[in-house]
Design a protein around this ligand. Structure first.
Ligand code: ZN
Length: 241
């Protein structure tokens, strides 16, 4: 395989596992691990149809036995989740070593949550996270924001209408941004962003515990919008390389 500046490997990150506690809508219609994998399967097929090489960091629904053992020993967050996140980062870094990290990018696809208490909440909005400070991931996140703006126009109306009905609190915005450091992405030291060698972005695609967000996410229109924004954002970034 030729390694030139145009050769890019895309790594997509699935959200969580079937066994991860919480991470679902209060009515159980949306489960984050499943939704993320469905979107990723579509995004991967589209990107491959455009000729790109695409990998997924961890596809199985179940944890590896050693993660389950760590969960028994240390509890979920300390044991199982830490091992899962490390494993994902290792997978990404193995691909970076093989192809060269300058040829790779990583996008982990999630659905946000406000409460984790089994109740509906009034938060909504789309966001992309990178690690703090100026990194190459900022440019990737900017391209994803551009693509989110153009693909989530209908969602902007949903938030406006939803506020009138009390489905969103007044301060909610369709795109969550922090412009203080000159770009729009939010910044957090998330493990899969911090421990991966290539530009890495984590998207939080609306809220699994907001009724209107879940309706939109599960509609054909919503699924298509979430899929398109990732495909377009990633390709837009590759075209700047
Ligand atoms: Zn998540």
């Amino acid at each position: 395989m030729k390694k030139n500046s145009l050769f890019v490997v895309i790594i997509l990150g699935t959200a969580h596992l079937m066994t991860t506690p919480g991470k679902l809508s209060p009515d159980g219609r949306l489960r984050e691990y499943k939704y993320s994998r469905e979107i990723i399967s579509d995004v991967k097929a589209k990107l491959e149809a455009y000729g790109y090489t695409v990998f997924i960091d961890y596809e199985p629904l179940e944890p590896k036995p050693e993660w389950t053992a760590a969960r028994k020993r240390l509890g979920y967050t300390k044991g199982e989740q830490a091992m899962e996140l490390d494993y994902r980062a290792e997978q990404v870094n193995a691909i970076c070593r093989k192809y060269g990290k300058e040829h790779c990018l990583y996008v982990s696809i999630h659905v946000n949550g406000a409460g984790d208490d089994g109740k509906w909440h009034g938060a909504g909005g789309w966001a992309a996270f990178t690690t703090p400070g100026k990194t190459k991931a900022d440019a990737l996140a900017e391209c994803l924001y551009d693509a989110a703006f153009s693909n989530l126009k209908r969602y902007v109306d949903i938030i406006d209408e939803g506020k009138l009905r009390g489905d969103y609190t007044e301060k909610q915005v369709p795109f969550r941004m922090d412009n203080k450091d000159g770009d729009r992405d939010l910044e957090a030291n998330l493990a899969v962003l911090r421990k991966t060698a290539c530009p890495a972005v984590l998207t939080e695609n609306l809220f699994q515990d907001n009724r209107r967000d879940v309706d939109f996410l599960l509609s054909d229109e919503g699924r298509h919008a979430i899929e398109r924004l990732h495909v377009e954002g990633i390709i837009k970034y590759i075209e700047t390389l």
